[in-house]
Design a protein around this ligand. Structure first.
Ligand code: G3H
Length: 466
């Protein structure tokens, strides 16, 4: 972390209690990096890389795997400490915060396994048309990675670990909400990697990342977050076909809607149900949502916790009020209630295209339900979206299911059948269409993206007449 003496920023938890609602507890402090400091980080990263002559970039892939293995063991030993910071800073339940760290350690293991397979393939010479060739995957140089607030640790690591494995120098921009979970890892970076190989910058993404990219000296960028140009136009949808099993659909929709309060790119953000099942489905969904525990992230069995961004409750309220004015209802008893950052999940039904919730990506605890007569209405909704990450389809009639899955496949990166939208396992490609993704995020693709296949070639003996 590049430290600034002049620009310290307090980190406040979004968690407030009913006893003292005005009190925000300060859980830490970090420095907002300036543009100058970002430039210093860039110089250090370039020195560390040194066009492949740096200590890290010069190592073999197999050697780097050994260092990453030791790093991942140390990271695992800090699970509770990091999970605690995640919980306090972004309001993630203690259980989910721990699983974010565990999942990150598992990702490193997967990436190492993939890298070892790549190292093994690099040692082989291939022959084609009397040319012998060895392909080496060399680093691209200096990589800039940035993660969002909802998975500050996991999404940072899923981008920068493959980059590190391939011998690059990495500058990680930690999210404004979710910077403190990176603090315990700084000593591990210093222990396991040569100076300048990985640096963490805090501060405004626009300012710090913008300045770095403008230099033209960043060789690859990995960004997960909200593009400022994204205007919001439809989003991840679940579609219940007329023969959907309501128990299965309700369970999947509840998990897709409530996991981290809907603050996930793969959260179910719109539900389409056929008119024949609408009433039954809506009432079962509402009942299930109302039975979930709302509370503090450390409480046993809690499902709804405080929202990370303090502006989010106001935004969610605006979306709800707009939908109510235009004819929708809150169909669950707990819906519409908020105490500071702690908001119950609201189900809005029936929604239509005049409402903001139809178009905007809420990224929070409110889910619209639309009722259809012809499934083409739901397919068109997904097709017209500027986003195209995932869709979930519920039903059993093979012909109908096949038709809908095929149609959706041209608009999203993954169609889930009788299950919620989700990322992973990490060897599967995580990608989407439209404004949802540019590139593929997983261990295997990361190793390819952050390296250049470079050939060493020679004519074989026969060709050279020896
Ligand atoms: O917010 C986007 C995450 O990468 C989604 O991951 O489906 O495992 O929650 P998840």
């Amino acid at each position: 972390v590049v430290k600034s003496e002049n620009n310290p920023t307090e980190v406040q938890t979004p968690i407030v209690t009913q006893d003292d609602p005005e009190k925000h507890i300060v859980i830490g402090q970090f420095e907002m990096a300036s543009k100058d400091q970002a430039m210093k980080a860039l110089e250090a990263a370039q020195r560390a890389y040194a066009y492949g002559q740096g200590e890290w970039s010069k190592m073999t892939l197999a050697e780097r795997c050994t260092h990453l293995e030791a790093f991942s063991k140390d990271l695992e030993s800090k699970t509770d400490e990091i999970a605690d910071l995640l919980m306090w800073e972004i309001g993630k339940s203690s259980k989910d915060a721990k699983s974010e760290v565990t999942r990150t350690v598992a990702f490193i293991q997967t990436a190492i396994k993939e890298a070892k397979a790549l190292a093994e393939s690099e040692s082989r010479w291939q022959e084609e048309k009397r040319i012998l060739c060895q392909i080496r995957h060399l680093p691209v140089g200096v990589v800039l990675a940035s993660s969002p607030f909802n998975y500050p640790l996991n999404e940072a690591y899923t981008t920068f670990i493959p980059a590190l494995l391939m011998g690059n120098s990495v500058i990680l921009r930690a999210p404004r909400n979710g910077a403190t979970p990176h603090l315990p890892t700084l000593e591990l970076f210093a222990k396991h990697f040569p100076k300048g190989t990985i640096q963490v910058l805090t501060g405004s993404g626009r300012e710090v990342m913008g300045a770095l990219i403008e230099t033209g000296k960043i060789d690859a960028v990995a960004f997960i977050g909200t593009a400022s140009s994204a205007k919001g136009e439809a989003k991840d949808a679940a579609i219940l076909l007329p023969d959907a099993d309501l128990e299965v659909a309700v369970e999947s929709c509840v998990s897709g809607m409530t996991s981290f309060n809907g603050q996930r790119c793969t959260a179910i953000k719109m539900i389409w149900v056929h008119m024949s099942q609408a009433e039954k489905f809506i009432s079962q969904l509402a009942e299930k949502i109302d039975s979930l525990k709302i509370g503090m992230p450390w409480e046993e069995g809690v499902k709804i916790t405080p929202l990370c961004e303090d502006t989010k409750p106001g935004y969610i309220k605006e979306l709800i009020e707009d939908a109510l004015e235009k004819g929708a209802h809150i169909v669950n008893k707990t819906g519409g209630k908020c105490f500071k950052t702690l908001c119950a999940l609201s189900i809005l039904a029936p929604v239509n295209d005049k409402m903001r919730i139809w178009h905007e990506e809420q990224f929070g605890p409110v889910t619209p339900v639309a009722v259809y007569e012809d499934v083409q209405e739901a397919i068109d909704y997904v097709a017209k979206s500027q986003y195209g990450l995932q869709s979930a389809v519920f039903g059993y009639d093979e012909k109908e299911l096949g038709k809908v899955v095929d149609a959706l496949s041209y608009h999203v990166g993954r169609v889930n059948i009788n299950g919620p939208d989700q990322r992973g396992p990490d060897v599967f490609p995580f990608t989407g269409r439209g404004n949802s993704a540019l590139g593929i995020l997983n261990a295997t693709e990361g190793l390819k993206f952050f390296s250049v296949p470079t050939m060493v070639a020679t004519k074989n003996d026969e060709e050279r007449n020896v």
